[in-house]
Design a protein around this ligand. Structure first.
Ligand code: SD4
Length: 330
């Protein structure tokens, strides 16, 4: 089947690409502002939500051997999907209230091609199924049993996703069946990853088992293009973690990319994204959201609702776990 081709997004003006410090450095009115091609972009580079060292190292391995950003983000997040100690992604993820582990993932490439799987059971690597949806079908999203059957058709194996640990915790949870989010600890290890390869092309991936003990059939922001993840190769990319319902309501990642298109730095755009959410939730303190973003120049940023969110960055300058500022201070 033919890969979908999407309409190219509108062009980015030169002014829109310049960050405030660059503009401020123009000493006289007649000074020629540097264009993107004159400022050295940081590439390749990869960032991901939280301190996922192994996942970002894997993505860096792909990027530093001239791999594409798409291959890098897929390989990177697969590390977390396979890690049973991460109870919010892939195998070992916390189940829904009925004890079923259902996974959500999406992927987006430099040409705005994208693919997603929603609420899919029994498959260890939803990100790779999402990529197959993108590359092998005329669709963007497949959900539930349809996604799972498609995965088998594509050669994926049936895998039990519920580990003994997650099962034990779920059985304990059932005694009270209290559904609440615990900031930064529980329910928040979703991996969203953004990469720029040596050609300067951007891709992103996002994968999760969603909120632990969610209602059966619940889908959050992570597999929704524009909410949990968005990439525009002319501008940059953004990804989210946290309570997906709030991210969906503001189409958070798309918003952040659009703010960067208008000239905001990744940091400023992430801050504005969180502030939009908080404006609709005045006084609420019971949820966490963290955004990360990268622009075409390889500048990065992150912001969150509560302290504690970090993102990992990997480039030829080294790697670092970056603590981000938050809307609330403590
Ligand atoms: C969701 N955003 O399903 C995801 C949850 C998450 O770390 O980020 N967990 O709403």
């Amino acid at each position: 089947m033919q890969r979908r081709k999407f309409l190219k997004k509108s062009g980015l003006t030169t002014a829109g690409l310049l960050s405030a410090p660059v503009l401020a450095s123009c000493k006289t009115e007649t000074a020629k502002a540097p264009t993107l091609s004159e400022t050295k972009a940081v590439k390749p580079i990869v960032i991901c939500t939280w301190n996922f060292q192994n996942a970002s190292a894997k993505a860096w391995e792909v990027l530093s051997s001239s791999g594409s950003s798409l291959d890098a983000v897929e390989a990177g997040v697969m590390v977390e999907e396979a890690d049973t100690s991460n109870q919010t992604v892939g195998v070992g993820g916390r189940p829904d209230r009925e004890g079923r582990v259902t996974l959500d993932a999406c992927i987006m490439d430099k040409d705005a091609n994208c693919g997603a799987v929603l609420c899919m059971e029994n498959i260890a690597h939803p990100i790779s199924v999402a990529r197959k949806v993108m590359e092998e079908t005329p669709h963007v999203m497949l959900a539930g049993l349809g996604a799972e059957l498609f995965a088998y058709e594509q050669g994926f194996e049936k895998t039990n996703l519920l580990t003994e640990q997650s099962k034990k915790e779920w059985e304990e949870w059932k005694k009270t069946s209290k559904y609440e989010t615990i900031i930064n600890i529980e329910n928040h290890d979703t991996i969203g990853m953004l990469a720029i390869d040596e050609n300067g092309d951007i891709a992103g991936a996002c994968t999760t088992s969603g909120m632990g003990y969610k209602m059966a059939g619940r889908v959050g922001d992570s597999p929704i293009i524009g909410a949990g993840l968005f990439v525009d190769n002319e501008v940059g990319g953004a990804a989210a973690t946290g309570v997906g319902e709030e991210v969906v309501r503001t189409v958070g990642s798309f918003l952040i990319v659009e703010l960067m298109r208008q000239g905001k730095s990744p940091q400023e755009a992430c801050e504005e994204g969180v502030k939009r959410i908080m404006k609709k939730n005045e006084g609420r303190k019971d949820f966490q959201i963290g955004f990360i973003a990268v622009n075409k120049k390889g500048e990065t940023g992150g912001y969150c609702v509560h302290p504690g969110f970090t993102y990992r960055e990997y480039s030829d300058k080294g790697h670092e776990n970056k603590t981000v500022e938050s809307f609330y201070q403590g």
